[in-house]
Design a protein around this ligand. Structure first.
Ligand code: ATP
Ligand code: ZN
Length: 283
């Protein structure tokens, strides 16, 4: 039995999806132009598809699991389970208007909004009791206001540079999105066990990405202050250095607090601070 996973064939999610599988120890003999590939060391088969089709394939059970953006998963309204946020493919589905326009929700009433996401946009309009006309187009949504096709657009944004070059400004975010792992509902036990195994590995990879291993030297009289700054997984490792009165301290710190901790460590008397990436982390 093999777990069938659907991954974007090419595009913004392809590289990160393949990298994630690789970091989970799953070796896939190149994808690229092929429709299908087999993993060498995990009972997995990879299907390369357009991202928009992935929720449908997973709902139908043609693929057991898939990687797709939340924007696509929620727009398609398929019966699939969202199992894990994957931390890449981050973007926003946002309303954008002419940069000279003063935007408000009320302003949208009676306006035409061009989008490739009619379902998500309609949900937003309903939530906010706005009466606007949705004009569905499949690509190059950002040019719609310029050619008089719409008063506003609702499109994916990450840096915002596409909006800017089209004389638009981001007015409001209606969905924050990232890539997620989805699965079919009602997988059999054997497949569910494989999903659990994969999720365990994904979480270990994600944890490792968010943490750094830190090594430093500290004079013994400062050890207590320094240890207080470094909670570690249980508590820091402390080893004596060959030089008397000095110790080496090893611990794990979170990426988010990283810089503030480094500064505090230096102030507390730490020297020779080394920070190294962690490959996998199981807690
Ligand atoms: P496909 O040929 O698979 O249909 P596509 O052109 O629809 O490809 P991409 O542009 O590769 O799709 O985007 C895939 C996903 O990447 C989006 O659905 C979204 O979740 C995510 N994404 C992240 N940042 C952006 C962005 N700035 N613009 C568009 N999508 C983004
Ligand atoms: Zn697509």
């Amino acid at each position: 039995m093999k777990l069938k996973i659907a991954v974007q064939k090419s595009g913004r999610l392809y590289d990160d999806s393949m990298r994630l599988l690789k970091e989970c120890g799953i070796a896939i003999a190149n994808g690229g132009n092929k429709l299908k590939a087999e993993a060498a060391n995990f009972p997995m088969e990879v299907y390369f598809l357009r991202d928009d089709d992935i929720p449908q394939y997973v709902e139908d059970g043609v693929a057991d699991i898939g990687i797709a953006g939340e924007n696509v998963v929620y727009e398609k309204k398929k019966q699939v389970e969202v199992r894990e946020k994957l931390g890449f493919g981050k973007c926003r589905l946002s309303l954008a208007v002419d940069k000279k326009e003063t935007f408000s929700k009320e302003w949208l009433n009676g306006k035409r909004v061009a989008t490739s996401y009619p379902v998500l946009l309609q949900q937003y309009l309903d939530r906010n009791k706005i009466n606007a006309e949705i004009h569905e187009i499949s690509g190059s949504v950002e040019i719609a206001p310029g050619i008089g096709l719409a008063d506003a657009i609702c499109d994916l944004v990450s840096s915002g540079s596409t909006l800017l070059t089209n004389g638009l400004k981001e007015a409001e975010t209606i969905l924050s999105s990232q890539a997620v792992l989805i699965s079919s509902t009602g997988l059999n036990t054997e497949k569910e066990n494989l999903v659990q195994k994969l999720l365990f590995r994904i979480r270990a990879v994600q944890k490792a990405r968010n943490n750094k291993y830190i090594l430093l030297n500290a004079p013994d009289e400062k050890l207590q202050d320094i240890i207080k700054l470094l909670p570690g997984m249980k508590s820091p490792t402390v080893l004596p250095l060959a030089t008397k009165g000095w110790s080496s301290v090893h611990s794990v710190v979170q990426e988010d607090d990283f810089w503030s901790i480094i500064e505090q460590l230096k102030e507390a008397g730490a020297q020779g601070i080394l920070v190294v990436p962690i490959e996998k982390m199981i807690v």
